[in-house]
Design a protein around this ligand. Structure first.
Ligand code: 5GP
Ligand code: MG
Ligand code: MG
Length: 183
């Protein structure tokens, strides 16, 4: 899927495929160095993190395992409340494991802080976070994010895994939508 397939729907391209690719190379190199010689389990949060998880994992030289979790955050409209329900739990037992959560975006950070607490209660050796995108509000929450791709403005973005009404996830870049798409 590329720009011509969604012509007219996009207002602005925030991050190109090339910029995302270069950033993933950087993040993968850091993760390889930080976990050298250690066990590592990547936990992808469905569905938004699918692209980041696949592209990050294939850049790692480190032999990782990959598992997935789906959660739904109760909230009104586009704001999450921090009340979270597990839709699909991990298959892996986390006891003694080094866990790296892979996220698409952190906005309020409420979903993620719940997730970190939940995974920490399962007896892992460590729990860290990697996110492709982070919005300014995330700074208000007490979650330490070890790997951040891009700090972006407080705008609703789509692409590279992120949806609007389940659309645009397979765009290889990140952009904002034209106002007519919402109405
Ligand atoms: P938080 O709990 O950090 O507020 O919410 C995080 C979740 O909200 C993300 O995993 C994502 O599903 C959704 N979200 C937050 N900001 C955006 C955005 O700009 N675009 C899209 N498509 N989803 C977003
Ligand atoms: Mg997410
Ligand atoms: Mg969504």
């Amino acid at each position: 899927m590329d720009q011509s397939d969604v012509a007219g729907d996009l207002a602005n391209i925030l991050l190109t495929e090339e910029e995302i690719s270069a950033k993933l190379d950087e993040l993968a190199a850091k993760i390889d160095a930080d976990y050298a010689g250690q066990d590592l389990l990547l936990v992808g949060v469905l569905k938004g993190a699918v692209m980041a998880m696949a592209d990050l994992a294939r850049r790692l030289h480190h032999p990782v395992q990959m598992d997935w979790m789906a959660v739904s955050s109760y909230g009104s409209g586009t704001k999450s409340s921090g009340v979270v329900r597990i839709l699909k739990d991990l298959d892996a037992d986390l006891t003694g494991r080094n866990v790296l959560i892979v996220e698409d975006i952190i906005d309020s950070g409420l979903t993620l802080s719940w997730l970190v607490a939940n995974l920490r209660s399962r007896g892992p050796a460590s729990v860290e976070i990697a996110t492709m995108l982070r919005k300014p509000d995330a700074a208000k929450v007490e979650v330490d994010v070890r790997y951040v791709g891009f700090d972006i403005p407080n705008e609703f973005v789509v692409g590279y895994g992120l949806d609007y009404a389940e659309k645009y996830r397979n765009l290889p870049f990140v952009g904002t939508l034209a106002p007519h798409v919402y109405s």
